[in-house]
Design a protein around this ligand. Structure first.
Ligand code: FAD
Length: 292
């Protein structure tokens, strides 16, 4: 019997707003780097609001670490010319991987999305634009529980197909808590003839209240059992953290049991839980491995 493929991970960070947040981010990057992620991605704020900060963070990762950065990019509220300029500047800086997204409507999730006049109309159009400009690796989003704007899972998967046809070679999913829902989605994606890796996005629940609010906005389900596990722990940070580790451990080990080998972690710029889960997945810091 052949050996299973090695476990591979990627970490998502957001660009910091303050000096203190910058410090936390870099402590987290430094702590997680020895887990040798395939790449680390840096988000792009709603409506392009973090354009400079995303760029600065990605450039610092390139300059100061041996990690491979992936820059998120959206096409909300910008002309093609403006987006193309950002794409070219990433290429010139040495970035070779973009996570291409449409982005949320300018008036917030739930509002009607209007493409910018003269802008890329959706994520598939943006993927095609990036591929036309340079030889980037392009990753995109996927929604096991359907994107809130999408009329059906089938139409959602049509959009994923369009992104793949435009040149995307990996999708990272929105976070989810029921593994069955990921596997059902994966089955439908494969049945549609989409063969790229659909990497599960894992959100360790650092703060349950915040997670529930975020899940509501992005259409991710929060099962009753999850709420029950965090019940009564609002003021008990230490226990919450232990429960969060147990929940995430159960989820990733459940996925591994069914053959999943790639994971994308929403780190929220915090290292502890993600580091522990990576350890549980069998990953060891590069230096410890080399010394062994
Ligand atoms: P698409 O893949 O283009 O569309 C998603 C679904 O919505 C499709 O199924 C499509 O059918 C449906 N849809 C799209 N447009 C319409 C329409 N006009 N009418 C009806 N249905 C429609 N956001 C950021 O701002 N910055 C980030 O850095 C960022 N990173 C992300 C990373 C990941 C891994 C994920 C999963 C999401 C991320 N997002 C980010 C959120 C994302 O921008 C939003 O979910 C946005 O609403 C959709 O962008 P998309 O590229 O995922 O959409």
């Amino acid at each position: 019997m052949s050996e299973p493929a090695p476990i591979s991970v990627s970490f998502e960070f957001f660009p910091p707003k303050t000096e203190e947040m910058e410090k936390t981010l870099w402590e987290s990057i430094t702590r997680l780097a020895p887990m040798t992620p395939e790449f680390v991605s840096v988000t792009y704020g709603a409506g392009g609001s973090t354009r400079e900060r995303t760029h600065a963070t990605v450039k610092r990762i390139l300059a100061e670490t041996s990690l491979t950065p992936a820059a998120h990019l959206t096409c909300v509220a910008a002309t093609r010319g403006e987006v193309d300029e950002v794409i070219r500047s990433y290429w010139d800086a040495g970035v070779r991987h973009i996570v291409a997204l449409r982005g949320d409507p300018l008036n917030g999730i739930g509002a009607r999305y209007e493409p910018h006049p003269g802008g890329y109309v959706n994520a598939a159009d943006l993927v095609a634009g990036i591929k036309r400009l340079a030889g980037f690796e392009v990753s995109v989003s996927a929604y096991p529980e359907k994107h809130p704007e999408s009329p059906s899972v089938a139409e959602d998967i049509d959009m994923l197909k369009a992104k793949v046809d435009a040149g995307a070679t990996r999708a990272m999913t929105q976070f989810f808590f029921e593994n069955d829902c990921y596997f059902r989605y994966l089955e439908r994606v494969r049945a549609r003839g989409i063969g790229i890796p659909i990497v599960p996005g894992i959100l360790p629940v650092q703060n349950f209240k915040q997670t529930r609010a975020f899940a509501e906005r992005c259409g991710a389900g929060v099962p009753r059992w999850l709420a029950q596990r965090f019940e009564g722990l609002e003021e008990d940070v230490a226990t919450r953290k232990l429960i969060a580790a147990a929940v995430a451990a159960e989820q990733v080990l459940g996925l591994v049991e069914q053959g999943v080998r790639q994971f994308h972690f929403y780190t929220m710029n915090r290292a502890d839980l993600v580091y522990a889960i990576c350890h549980l997945l069998g990953l060891r810091p590069a230096t410890a491995r080399e010394a062994a």
